[in-house]
Design a protein around this ligand. Sequence first.
Ligand code: SF4
Length: 344
Amino acid sequence: MDERIDIKNLDRNELKGLVRQFGKEDYRARQIIHWIYHENVDSYAKMTNLSKKLRDLLQKTSRMDCPALAAVQTSRDGSQKFLFVLDDGESIESVLIPDKGRRTLCISTQAGCSLGCRFCLTGQRRFSRNLSTSEILGQILAVQRMSKNRSLTNIVFMGMGEPLANFKNTLKALEIMNYDDGLRFSKRRITLSTVGLIPEIEKLGQSSQRCRLAVSLNATNCETRTFLMPVNRQYPLEDLLDACRRFPLAPRERITFEYVLIKGMNDSDEDAKRLPRLLQGIRAKLNLIPYNESPLLPFERASEGRILAFQQALLQKNLTAIIRRSRGADISAACGQLRGEFRI
Ligand code: SF4
C-alpha cells in the first residue's frame, strides 16, 4: 500500500502548505497545479521548471497517479465507456460522449450507491464507499490523456453514485476543476445531477457554486416518486421543489429537471399536466429521457407516441422540454446503466 499523500486531494491552499514545508515559495503551488491539471503530466520528473530537489521531495512524499484504466468499450454511436480499478480493488465507470463540437465526460463520485433508485442499475449494486477528490479528478485526467489533445468540453456528475452524498470531496473537486491555471472548466460547463438531498442542495447554493444544478425528478406525485426513488421518503417532492425555488441562480440560468419516461409509471397525460404546476416559480428546463431497458429491471420504455405527446403537452405550457436520446445503450453506458462491472 502506498503510504504517500495523494497530491490531487489537495486544493491550492493545501498545496501551498506542502511546498512551504519544503521551504519553497507559494507560487510553486500554482506551477504544480499547472503541470498536473493543464499539462496533464504523469510524473514529477516532467515538471521542468521545478528544481530537481523539489521534484525529488514531491516524489518521496506524494503520489500523482490516476485510477488504473482496466477496460474501454466503444459504442456504435461513438461514445466510450471506461472502467477504472481503484487501489482497494473497487471499480467505477466514466462515459465519454462526443456530440458535434462537444466532448462531454460523465464521471462517478461513489463506488456503488446507497440510494437504490429502482430504475437504475448502479442502485442495485451495493454501496462501497465515496471516491476521494483525487479519484474524481483522476477520471478526467485519465480520459484526457487517452484522448490525446482532444480536450473535454463539458463534465457531468451523472455517473455512479450521488455526488451530494459525497459532498466534501465533490465540492473540492469542483473547486479544483475551476482553477484557471488547471483544468479551466467554467461553471456553465459543469453539471451536477442530484436525486434531491435538500440540505446539500442548500449548502451548494450557499457555496460559491461552481456548477449548474440538475435534479432527477421522474414523477409528479409522492407515491410514484417514493416507489421509484426511496429517497423521496426522506426528502418529499414538494420540499425538494421548494429547495429548488430557493436555489440561487445567475441571470438566465435554469435548473435542469431530468425525467426518465417509464411506460405506465410516469408517462400519463395527468403527469404531463401536473408537471408545469409543480415547477411553477422555478426557472426550469426539462430533459425527457426515454427509459433504457435492462433485462435485470422490470420497467419498460414509454412508447414513442407517448414520449412525443408528453413533450408536446409541456411545450404547450411554455416549458422548455427536450427529448434526450441516451447514448451508448449498446455498451450499457446510457443513463442508469452503469454498474462498474464490465469486461472486454
Ligand atoms: S440514479 Fe443516481 S442516486 Fe439513484 S441509485 Fe442510480 S446512481 Fe444512485
